[in-house]
Ligand binder design. Structure first.
Ligand code: ATP
Length: 234
C-alpha cells in the first residue's frame, strides 16, 4: 500500500492581485522524502512554497496536510502543525549574534540551552561563532544558523527556498549533504532550487515548474535531462 502524501497540492491556484501566478499546481510530498521543485525564474516555485507555509492564500484547488484540507489555515497554525520554512535569503537576523538568533527561536517552546546544544553539535563552527553577529558570517554559516533555527521548532516538513543562493559550489554541496541527513532523520523536505545539479543527488523526486504549473514530475535524473535539453536549451 502507498502511504498518503504528507503535504499535497491539488489544482492549486494563487494570485497576486489580478495576476494569477499559480495556475493549477499538482504536487505531492511523501513522508521521509525530498521533492526538488525545479525550473527557471518566475515559474512560481517561491509562490508554491508561500502557499505551503500559509502566507499566500489559495484561490482554487486544495492544499492538504496529511489528507486534510488546510486552505485558509494561517501560517502560525501551519507552523504549529510542523511546517517550517527557510525563505530565500536565509531568514536569520543579520544584526543579532548566533546565540541571539537561536534565542529568538525559543518562542516555539524549546529552551535556549537545548537549541544551542543541538545547533553546536550539528554545526561545531556555530559554537565557535556563538557571539558573532550573524550578518558578518559566511553565507554557508548563515545557512547553518537558519537550519538550526528551523530545526529548533521540531518540524515535520521543511520548505527550503534556493538554499544555494550566494554560496560557493563546495558549500552548496555541504548544505545539501546536511539536507540529505535530515531526511534520514525522518523529515520531509520540499526544496525550490534553480541550481538543479546541487539538489538532484539527494532528491527522491523532482517536479518541473513552468508558468505556474508543474509540467513534469518523477525521477530526478530524468527531469534534469529534460531541463538541460528541451527547456533551457543548455
Ligand atoms: P524565483 O526563483 O525568481 O523566485 P520562482 O519560480 O520562485 O522564481 P515566483 O517568485 O513564485 O517564481 O514568481 C512567479 C511570478 O509571480 C513571477 O512572474 C513574479 O514576477 C510574480 N510575483 C512574485 N511575487 C509577486 C508579488 N509580490 N506581486 C506580484 N507579482 C509577483
Amino acid at each position: 500500500a502507498h502511504p498518503e502524501p504528507l503535504l499535497e497540492l491539488v489544482g492549486v491556484r494563487a494570485a497576486y492581485g489580478p495576476i494569477e501566478v499559480l495556475r493549477g499546481v499538482d504536487l505531492a510530498l511523501y513522508p521521509g522524502t525530498v521533492v526538488a521543485l525545479l525550473g527557471p525564474n518566475g515559474g512560481g516555485k517561491t509562490t508554491t512554497l508561500k502557499v505551503c507555509s500559509g502566507i499566500m492564500p489559495v484561490s482554487a484547488g486544495e492544499f492538504r496536510l496529511a489528507g486534510r484540507c488546510v486552505n485558509g489555515v494561517d501560517a502560525s497554525e501551519l507552523a504549529r502543525l510542523g511546517i517550517c520554512t527557510i525563505p530565500e535569503g536565509r531568514g536569520v537576523f543579520a544584526n543579532l549574534t548566533v546565540r541571539e538568533n537561536l534565542w529568538v527561536a525559543t518562542g516555539t517552546g524549546a529552551s535556549l540551552k537545548d537549541l544551542e546544544a543541538a545547533a553546536y553539535e550539528r554545526f561545531p563552527i556555530l559554537g565557535k561563532r556563538r557571539h558573532q553577529i550573524a550578518g558578518s558570517m559566511s553565507g554557508g554559516e548563515q545557512q547553518m544558523l537558519a537550519l538550526s533555527r528551523a530545526l529548533g521548532t521540531a518540524p515535520t516538513v521543511l520548505l527550503l527556498d534556493e538554499l544555494s543562493m550566494g554560496l560557493a559550489p563546495r558549500v552548496v554541496t555541504e548544505m545539501y549533504d546536511i539536507v540529505g541527513q535530515l531526511v534520514e532523520e525522518g523529515l520531509s523536505i520540499l526544496v525550490a532550487e534553480q541550481f538543479a545539479r546541487a539538489v538532484l543527488p539527494i532528491a527522491t523526486s523532482a517536479a518541473l515548474m513552468l508558468q505556474g504549473r508543474v509540467v513534469r514530475s518523477g525521477d530526478p535524473q530524468e527531469i534534469d535531462r529534460e531541463l538541460s535539453t528541451s527547456y533551457l536549451g543548455g
